[in-house]
Every structure is written in structure tokens, then in C-alpha cells.
Design a protein around this ligand. Structure first.
Ligand code: A3P
Length: 280
């Protein structure tokens, strides 16, 4: 089936590839002047690593801790904001919850200067590229990623929106010991969601009771979130909540592609702390 879509143009901004539809250059330029606040809470993820999942988790954590109602809407990606919308962020009450898929070099410098707490989500690159492929194909505003073999090789060379997965991973790997950075993985959240919720809440400084943690974890399973996706994401519900599993890459990768990814992972992240954390 064909779909009507604008042609997306990938372009380089300070060495990183971005999408002209999702992160136009004027947005990225305006972000340079963004003032972070010390109590901002930042969520960072390379695309398709579970960002929307964690957005929901963090909103529930903040709501449980502050008593304010959960806002159930599209995620707060700062690079989606036009320069005009960026100006309105000044009026947002503290603590602000913000998110981004930006490469760390392109995150506004004031976030580091103000020591803003950043939770960073990574996911096995094999499942990430499969999720990315389906996302591009299902999203009505993005060009199709077909055929799979072409998208796979574009992902391997970093010719995809937000650039190379491995560039992001290597940049965060250098920041693993930064006390203001907490790297979490999709797989560890899948394995033990209550523990993941507890770790994120503690890191951001929102301690919760065991009961609150349990409730948030129950409300944040894939099935629970898919069910409420119509209200949280409208028609994009089934674009963002597809399968929610570990290992779906096995249904897409050829043996040669699997080997190529293994070698690339080994070359780039083998022997690193982030590589070990990802239990690849
Ligand atoms: P799949 O395409 O493998 O299903 P992002 O939000 O960063 O775009 O990531 C999207 C991926 O996270 C999709 O992966 C989606 O299904 C998965 N996801 C969303 N909510 C989830 C949940 N509650 N539990 C597990 N995975 C979830």
C-alpha cells in the first residue's frame, strides 16, 4: 500500500544527521539558546529505544511524587519545538520534564552547565533497527523505509534520522561515570520494571513508596500502554506501540546481517562499560 508523504531530507548539523521533517535546522539552532534549570528532568534516547515508554513512566513518577495529575499527551521532544514554542518553555512550571533524541553534542550546553539529571535509554541495536524500520513505514508523515535490506545498511552507516546509533552509544559511553547521567536499557526495564521505576525515581529525586512503584509498573506494561495509546497518542497509537518485545530482530535479520551487526558492535562497543551494561 502506498501512502502520501512529504519527502524527508536528511541533513548534517554539526556532523550529525537529522531529519528536516522531525528536527529542522531552525529548531536545532534555536535550542542553542535554551536555558536549562537545575531541577529540569531530562530523558534521552536514540530513536526506538523505548522513549515513549519511559516518558509515561517518568510522568507517572512525577505525578505520584508531586500529587499533580498525569498529562497524557505526546512526548516532550525539545527538537520538535519550533523557535516560537521553545520560547514558551520559560513559562513551564518547575520541575520541567523534557526529552530528546539528540546526540549529546547537540543537547543545549546549559543542561550540562546546570548539572541537569539525564536518564538515557539504550536498546539492543538489532531490535532498535527493526523497530525503526516499522516506525518509518507506519508513520504517515515519514518516507517509507522499504526495502528492509536498504534500511538495514543505512542504519549501519548512520544514514537515518538522528544519525548513527553507534555514534550516540560511543558518546554516552564516555559519560557513564558522570553522576548526572543514568544509563538504563530497554532490556533491563523489560526484565524488571518495578526495579527500573525505582531506579529512575531515585535518580531524579522523587522517592516513591513500594506501593506506588508497583502501581506505576503495572500501568506501564506494554499491554496496558497499548490499550490507552488512543488517548495518549491518538492515531499514532499503533505506530508507537507495535510489539514491545526483546528479540524481534530474529524475524527480520538474515544471518549475514546478524553477523555484520555483531562485528560492528564488537568493534565499537566491545570491552566498554556500556557494551557490558547492554549484555549484547
Ligand atoms: P517495537 O517496535 O519493537 O514494538 P520509542 O518510544 O523510543 O519510539 O520506542 C518504541 C518501541 O518501544 C517500540 O518497539 C514499542 O513497541 C516499544 N514500547 C512502547 N511501550 C512499551 C512498553 N510499555 N513496554 C515495552 N515496550 C514498549
Amino acid at each position: 500500500a502506498s501512502k502520501m508523504k512529504d519527502e524527508d531530507k536528511l541533513y548534517k548539523y554539526e556532523g550529525i544527521i537529522y531529519s528536516s521533517i522531525m528536527s529542522p535546522v531552525e529548531n536545532l539552532e534555536a535550542l542553542k539558546g535554551m536555558d536549562a534549570r537545575e531541577d529540569d528532568k531530562m530523558l534521552v534516547a536514540y530513536p526506538k529505544c523505548g522513549f515513549n515508554w519511559m516518558v509515561a513512566v517518568v510522568r507517572k513518577i512525577m505525578s505520584a511524587s508531586t500529587g499533580k495529575k498525569v498529562v497524557n499527551d505526546m512526548p516532550p521532544l525539545i527538537e520538535f519545538f519550533s523557535p516560537e514554542i521553545q520560547k514558551t518553555l520559560v513559562q513551564m512550571p518547575s520541575p520541567r520534564f523534557l526529552g530528546t533524541h539528540l546526540h549529546p553534542d547537540n543537547i543545549p550546553a546549559s543542561f550540562t552547565a546546570k548539572k541537569v539529571k539525564m536518564v538515557v535509554i539504550f536498546r539492543n541495536p538489532k531490535d532498535t533497527v527493526v523497530s525503526f524500520f516499522h516506525f518509518m513505514n507506519k508513520n504517515p508523515v515519514l518516507p517509507s523505509a522499504e526495502p528492509w535490506d536498504k534500511f538495514f545498511s543505512d542504519f549501519m552507516t548512520g544514514q537515518v534520522p538522528w544519525g548513527s546509533y553507534f555514534d550516540h552509544a560511543l558518546a554516552w559511553e564516555k559519560l557513564m561515570d558522570d553522576p548526572n547521567v543514568k544509563i538504563m536499557t530497554y532490556e533491563e526495564m523489560k526484565e524488571n520494571l518495578p526495579e527500573g521505576v525505582r531506579m529512575i525515581a531515585e535518580f531524579y529525586g522523587f522517592p516513591l513508596t513500594e506501593e506506588q512503584i508497583k502501581t506505576i509498573a503495572e500501568e506501564s506494561t506494554f499491554n496496558a500502554m497499548k490499550e490507552s495509546s488512543q488517548s495518549s497518542h491518538g492515531n499514532l497509537g499503533n505506530v508507537f506501540f507495535r510489539k514491545g518485545e526483546v528479540g524481534d530482530w530474529k524475524n527480520h535479520f538474515s544471518e549475514a546481517q546478524s553477523k555484520q551487526m555483531d562485528e560492528e558492535f564488537q568493534k565499537k562497543l566491545g570491552g566498554t562499560k556500556l557494551g557490558a551494561k547492554m549484555k549484547y
